[in-house]
Design a protein around this ligand. Structure first.
Ligand code: PGA
Length: 254
C-alpha cells in the first residue's frame, strides 16, 4: 500500500458554471502534479466530470463522482450508473455521504452502491459518522452498526478498493473540525470495526480519512496528530487558493 495521503475534494453542488469548474480543476491538477506525498481526487457534480478530467493520465490527480445509482442500467429516470462514470474516467465514487443519507440512503442502499462501484472497477469512498456524541459513548455503537450495515454483502476479495471517510455529521459544514486526538481515536475504532468484519489484514491496509470543516489552517495538524490517511474536504475544495494551501500543508506532513 502506498503511504501517500489521499485528499478528496467533494465539490457538492458547486460551482455553478462550466468555466469555474474548469478553472478549479486545472488549478488543482497543476498543484497536484507537484506534490510528493499526496494524491488528490476531485469529485465534481456529474455534468462537470468530463471537463475536470485530464487528457494526460496523472499519478497524483484523479476524478471521482459524488454518488451513483444502485441500478445497472435501463428505465431509471435521473439516475447515473457506475459503468457510465467509469467510462468517463472516474476512478473513485463517494457512497453514503451524510447529505445523501439524509435524503433517503439507508445502510442497505449504501451497500448496494458500494457493490456497483466495486463491480465497475472503481474505488468506493464510503462515508460514515455519528450525528452526535454522548458521554456514554453511544457514538461508538452507532458507528459500529453503520459500518456493519454499509458493508453487508461486500465480498472480502474486493475490500482493497474501499476507503472509509470518517465524517462526524456535526462537523460537516461547521466552523470547527473535530480535535485531532478524537480524530485519531475514531480512526482506530473504524479500522478495528473493519477488521472485525473483513479480517486483521484488511483492517491494517484500510485507508481512513477524516472529513468535516477541514480547511487550509487545520488540515496539516489533523493529518499529523489525527494520524489519518487523508481528508475529505467539502467547502475548501472549491475555494482557491485555500485548497492549494491545504494540499501543500498536507504534503509537508510527508
Ligand atoms: P465541509 O464538508 O468540508 O464543507 O465541512 C465535508 C463533507 O461534507 O464531506
Amino acid at each position: 500500500m502506498s503511504s501517500h495521503k489521499l485528499i478528496i475534494g467533494n465539490w457538492k453542488m458547486n460551482p455553478s458554471t462550466l468555466e469555474d469548474a474548469k478553472r478549479i480543476a486545472k488549478r488543482t491538477r497543476t498543484v497536484a502534479a507537484r506534490l510528493a506525498h499526496t494524491e488528490v481526487v476531485v469529485c465534481p457534480p456529474f455534468p462537470f466530470i468530463v471537463a475536470a478530467s485530464s487528457r494526460k493520465p496523472s499519478a497524483n490527480f484523479h476524478i471521482g463522482a459524488q454518488s451513483v445509482s444502485i441500478e445497472e442500467g435501463g428505465a431509471h429516470t435521473g439516475e447515473v450508473g457506475a459503468s457510465m462514470l467509469k467510462n468517463l474516467g472516474a476512478e473513485y465514487v463517494i457512497a453514503g455521504h451524510s447529505e445523501q443519507r439524509a435524503s433517503g440512503d439507508t445502510d442497505e442502499t449504501v451497500s448496494k452502491k458500494i457493490a456497483r462501484i466495486l463491480e465497475s472497477g472503481m474505488t468506493a469512498i464510503v462515508c460514515v459518522g455519528e450525528k452526535s456524541r454522548d458521554e456514554n459513548g453511544g457514538h461508538f455503537e452507532f458507528l459500529k452498526n453503520q459500518i456493519k450495515g454499509s458493508f453487508t454483502g461486500i465480498a472480502e476479495d474486493k475490500v482493497k478498493h474501499i476507503v472509509i471517510a470518517y465524517e462526524p455529521v456535526w462537523a460537516i459544514g461547521a466552523k470547527e473540525a473535530m480535535v485531532p486526538s478524537d480524530v485519531n481515536e475514531m480512526s482506530i475504532f473504524v479500522k478495528k470495526t473493519f477488521a472485525d468484519i473483513f479480517g486483521a489484514e484488511a483492517g491494517l491496509k484500510l485507508k481512513v480519512l477524516y472529513g468535516g470543516a477541514v480547511n487550509f489552517r487545520n488540515a496539516g495538524e489533523i493529518v499529523r496528530s489525527g494520524r489519518v490517511d487523508g481528508l475529505l474536504v467539502g467547502r475548501e475544495s472549491v475555494n482557491m487558493p485555500g485548497f492549494v494551501e491545504l494540499l501543500k500543508a498536507v504534503d509537508e506532513v510527508g
